[in-house]
Design a protein around this ligand. Structure first.
Ligand SMILES: NC(=O)c1ccc[n+]([C@@H]2O[C@H](COP(=O)([O-])OP(=O)(O)OC[C@H]3O[C@@H](n4cnc5c(N)ncnc54)[C@H](O)[C@@H]3O)[C@@H](O)[C@H]2O)c1
Ligand SMILES: O=P(O)(O)OC[C@H](O)CO
Length: 474
């Protein structure tokens, strides 16, 4: 097919893939094949390719443009070698030409290139377009704030956005190995359309609404995967330490989401985009691989190793650790996230890799219980108005986020002496649920209190407080 010269069928929905690296190319295999059987879609899928001339290492293709090779040989010889891309995937080096008539835009560039791509696309795409981001990263050019890329894309291009995040090492997906993934879209119907474009018997997609936590999972796990690689580099094949790093990393991911992006659902961390992606990345990803090499080769820089090991692919974890660190240091919160902070310091060579464990030995997670409060049936939670309590109490309580009203309010008043610091925020889930981080001293008192006859609830809540309580109160 002679690529962009082919005329598109009128009236059919068009898809554009913005990006053609390792993941964009793997995803183009799924979309190119599925779209053939989707009658409402144009069969030609344009894929924006950042143009490059292939060097001498590419043998018979050396000196050729990457787009020309993709459009004639149907292989991305640089970023997904050995896989035939469907004939209906058409490489296009001009971003605006690729995207301007698309109804569905799939963003899959390394996150550092998104800002420039958006500048080029602003005002040039269909106003009715819908987008989905597969980009795992955050946006922090100002260094003081941090934003979700999907939000930035919506703000700049004025289109609704969802995300696809999951345990998806691109080469394994391209090989057709079974895996799961998560699409998150506030409008579930939109998520279902992208699911139709991408799901196969071996690429199983769950559609959820919680874009915020899904996207945070995808971005933050890259920091944890780098730390897992450092553990491999320092301790070799041993797994207990790595398991601790993964668990503490997960806890920091959840805490980061709760504190700075409230409103997501904790269950999202149990989806493929959460624990699934964390596991595959900490064992099989590029961040892990480079983290291991970095720990084992102190003389080399991250740039040296990325160039040597990734063949032009881009490392995301170190950059995300830096972006998150700018934000945490601006907020004075680095100490609350010792693993994220240590990864940044290691990447900057401000900390030796073998000091990683010293940085997390006294992790806040070892001093505080997490409390989940589910399903309170009182007037405010039933009305879909969770309560948000956020207060530092007597220097004992680290952070409290309870998206549940009755018990939270009562506990705050009777046990903790709070009369203030209770804020309300908008409708979230029909029943409140959330996580509280408590000092262990508090747990016994709370346990006693909620089992006493002082607690009068007008519904059957399920309460679990760390290891102290796990049962149903009536
Ligand atoms: N590779 C994976 O296994 C995988 C899986 C899931 C998600 N992701 C995420 O998908 C996103 C894209 O990753 P990837 O693996 O496809 O990319 P990659 O690491 O293969 O990066 C290379 C891509 O960057 C492009 N590029 C280089 N310089 C550029 C520039 N100046 N402007 C625009 N593009 C430029 C290259 O042309 C190439 O397409 C990342 O956020 C990544 O975390 C990757
Ligand atoms: O190779 P990584 O470390 O960029 O991770 C790839 C994917 O995100 C795994 O899901």
């Amino acid at each position: 097919m002679s690529g962009s010269k082919k005329l598109a069928a009128p009236g059919l929905l068009k898809v554009c893939i913005v990006g053609s690296g390792n993941w964009g190319s793997a995803v183009s295999k799924l979309i190119g094949a599925n779209i053939i059987n989707a009658p409402e879609f144009d069969k030609t899928v344009k894929m924006y390719v950042f143009e490059e001339i292939l060097d001498a290492t590419f043998g018979e293709n050396s000196g050729k443009k990457l787009t020309a090779v993709i459009n004639t040989k149907h292989e991305n010889v640089k970023y997904l070698k050995g896989h035939r891309l469907p004939d209906n995937i058409v490489a296009e080096p001009d971003l605006v030409v690729a995207a301007q008539d698309a109804d569905y835009l799939i963003f899959v560039l390394p996150h550092q290139f998104i800002g420039k791509a958006l500048d080029n696309l602003t005002g040039k795409i269909k106003p009715s377009a819908v987008g989905m981001s597969l980009v795992k990263g955050l946006y922090n050019p100002e260094k003081t704030n941090i934003r979700l890329l999907s939000t930035v894309i919506t703000d700049k291009l004025k289109i609704p956005m969802g995300v696809l995040m999951g345990a998806n090492v691109a080469n394994e997906v391209a090989d057709g190995l079974f895996c799961e993934t998560t699409i998150a879209f506030k409008e579930l119907k939109q998520g279902q359309i992208f699911k139709k474009l991408m799901q196969t018997p071996d690429f199983r997609i769950t559609v959820i609404k919680d874009v915020t936590n899904a996207e945070l999972c995808g971005a933050l796990k890259n920091i944890v995967a780098f730390a897992a690689g450092v553990s491999d580099g320092v301790f070799g094949e041993k797994t207990n330490t790595k398991a601790a790093i993964i668990r503490l990393g997960l806890m920091e991911m959840m805490k980061f989401a709760e504190q700075f992006f409230p409103g997501g659902t904790p269950e999202t961390f149990l989806q493929s985009c959460g624990i699934g992606d964390l596991v595959t990345s900490c064992f099989g990803g590029r961040n892990r691989k480079v983290g291991e090499a970095f720990a084992a080769s102190p003389a080399k820089t991250l740039d040296d190793l990325s160039k040597e090991m990734l063949g032009g692919q881009q490392l995301q974890g170190a950059r995300t650790a830096e972006e998150v660190n700018y934000f945490l240091s601006h907020k004075g919160k680095e100490k609350d996230f010792p693993l994220f902070t240590a990864v940044h310091q290691i990447c900057k060579k401000e900390m030796a890799p073998n000091k990683l464990i010293d940085a997390i030995r006294q992790h806040p997670e070892h001093h505080h219980f997490r409390v989940s409060v589910h399903g309170f049936n009182d007037e405010r939670s039933a009305a879909g108005k969770p309560v948000f309590i956020y207060k530092n109490l007597l220097q004992r309580l680290i952070t409290t986020i309870v998206t549940c009203s009755h018990l939270a309010t009562t506990l705050a008043k009777h046990l903790l002496g709070w009369e203030e610091g209770i804020l309300y925020f908008g409708a979230n889930e029909p029943l409140g649920q959330g996580i509280v981080s408590l000092h262990p001293d508090m747990v016994d008192a709370i346990n006693t209190y909620i089992h006493s006859d002082k607690v009068k609830l007008n519904g059957p809540p399920l309460i679990s407080i760390g290891q102290a309580i796990n049962g149903t109160l009536n």
